[in-house]
Design a protein around this ligand. Structure first.
Ligand code: PLP
Length: 431
């Protein structure tokens, strides 16, 4: 056992990832109904920091941090969108999309980063030297790290795979003043370099504290996703939760939050989890096909779903448990399937990123194969905001994406400023 304030990421004996252990016995001193009431009362609270969707559950996340050291943007409490029209089109009446991209930096990575940066601030207050925080990223982790670090006044160092993140994601850490390194490699290459630079327990004034999801503190914040979904349904459990996966930290976190609720008697069963991968970066899918008898790693190919373009997932073991313990499924989708699913969702009022498209496309397939029933309640986790992926949207509607047929393309019509011509064009479109 180690303190959460120690600089350590992996087990010195087995090399596996560490996990934050809560004192579940102590948490049982409140009944299930008392927890529900406490958490419900804090939604929308102005009492620092409990109005945050993460810190509103502080006792389950990081109870020992002083409120003054919490670094929060009031993340979480994102909208659970009833996708009524899309659901009708695909024959699923109870389809909901958890819009986690409606957050400070536009992705669900804010949920974990508020916890990690708060712990670093607490460590600094306690006299532990941390020179900077750092991460390897496919875009969203670095945006979240840079923003929270900047808010706390802690230097951030970002390792990005050159040319493999969207322009919006690249500019976020630059704007927030982080030291941005674009390395001539892929995400897995960036991850290898930062693991070498940030060794366990070598804290000194110039040390870099690792902020990737292999740092178990991130998982504590991310695990509120599942808790929040259940809370938003007045503590009813959905049948399925579908989530796009890359490095596998988030599905592990989702499971951890749900399992804690089960252990505390707040829910009586677990929803089934679906992990959705791009076929171009599908190591977890391949491991699933071999019954998880061994971990498969691949060299990830270029995919539109760039935030999950990962070939050697770090949180593999925890994610296997998440799938096995929930009777879960891993599905993969082609580029044209994710693009079509995203476009279809957008046409019903959403604005989906390619990863959300990946999760939706996986759902469509499972529904078609009748693995998921048309009367079941399904939640799709939308992991980032579509506005972070403008080239994906533009490319789709201009018909320029590779391997994608833009059947739902809706390009603008260019006309002279003549009322008769304009009226004709509108009439043709509406008829
Ligand atoms: C990080 C991320 C994921 C996947 O999370 P992992 O923990 O890497 O599996 C999915 N979608 C988006 C937009 C992300 O930023």
């Amino acid at each position: 056992m180690y303190s959460i304030y120690e600089v350590i990421y992996t087990c010195p004996n087995c090399g596996g990832l560490l996990e934050v252990q809560h004192d579940t016995e102590a948490l049982r001193t409140r009944s299930a109904d008392e927890w529900k009431k406490l958490f419900d009362d804090r939604v929308g609270s102005t009492e620092w920091p409990y109005g945050s969707g993460v810190w509103g559950k502080k006792e389950w996340i990081m109870p020992t941090i002083a409120d003054d050291n919490v670094v929060s943007m009031y993340e979480g409490n994102s909208n659970l969108f009833w996708a009524e029209r899309l659901g009708r089109q695909i024959g699923l009446s109870d389809l909901w999309v958890k819009l986690c991209g409606n957050s400070h930096t536009g992705s669900f990575k804010d949920l974990g980063m508020t916890v990690l940066i708060s712990v670093v601030k607490q460590m600094q207050a306690d006299g532990v030297p941390v020179g900077a925080v750092g991460c390897a990223s496919t875009g969203d982790t670095s945006a979240a790290l840079a923003a929270y670090a900047a808010a706390a006044g802690i230097p951030a160092v970002i390792f990005l795979p050159e040319g493999r993140v969207s322009p919006a994601q690249l500019i976020q850490p630059i704007a927030n003043g982080a030291f941005v390194l674009a390395l001539d490699t892929d995400f897995d290459g960036c991850m290898r370099v930062i693991r070498e630079i940030t060794q366990d327990s070598d804290s000194d004034d110039s040390s870099i504290y690792l902020a990737n999801s292999m740092n178990s503190l991130r998982i504590e914040g991310q695990k509120t996703i599942g808790i929040e979904i259940v809370q938003q349904f007045d503590w009813e459990i959905p049948d399925w939760i579908v989530i796009p996966v890359g490095n596998l930290g988030n599905i592990s976190a989702l499971y951890k939050g749900l399992k804690l609720m089960l252990d505390l008697g707040i829910i009586s069963r677990l929803p089934r989890l679906v992990a959705a991968q791009a076929a171009k970066a599908n190591p977890f899918y391949l491991s699933y096909l071999n019954g998880f008898s061994e971990k498969v790693s691949v060299e990830a190919e270029t995919t539109l779903a760039s935030a999950i373009q990962i070939g050697d997932p770090v949180s593999y073991d925890k994610a296997v448990q998440a799938i096995q313990e929930t009777d879960g499924i891993v599905e993969q989708v082609e580029e044209h399937e994710m693009a079509a699913a995203a476009a279809m969702a957008d046409a019903t009022g959403m604005y989906t990123c390619p990863h959300t498209g990946t999760a939706l496309a996986a759902l469509f397939k499972l529904l078609q194969r009748k693995v998921i029933g048309s009367n079941e309640r399904v939640i799709v986790i939308s992991t980032a905001h579509g506005l972070k992926f403008t080239p994906f949207k533009v490319g789709y509607h201009e018909g320029t994406l590779t391997e994608v047929e833009s059947d739902l393309a809706n390009p603008p019509v260019y006309l002279p400023a003549d009322a008769d011509i304009v009226r004709d064009a509108i009439q043709r479109r509406l008829s």
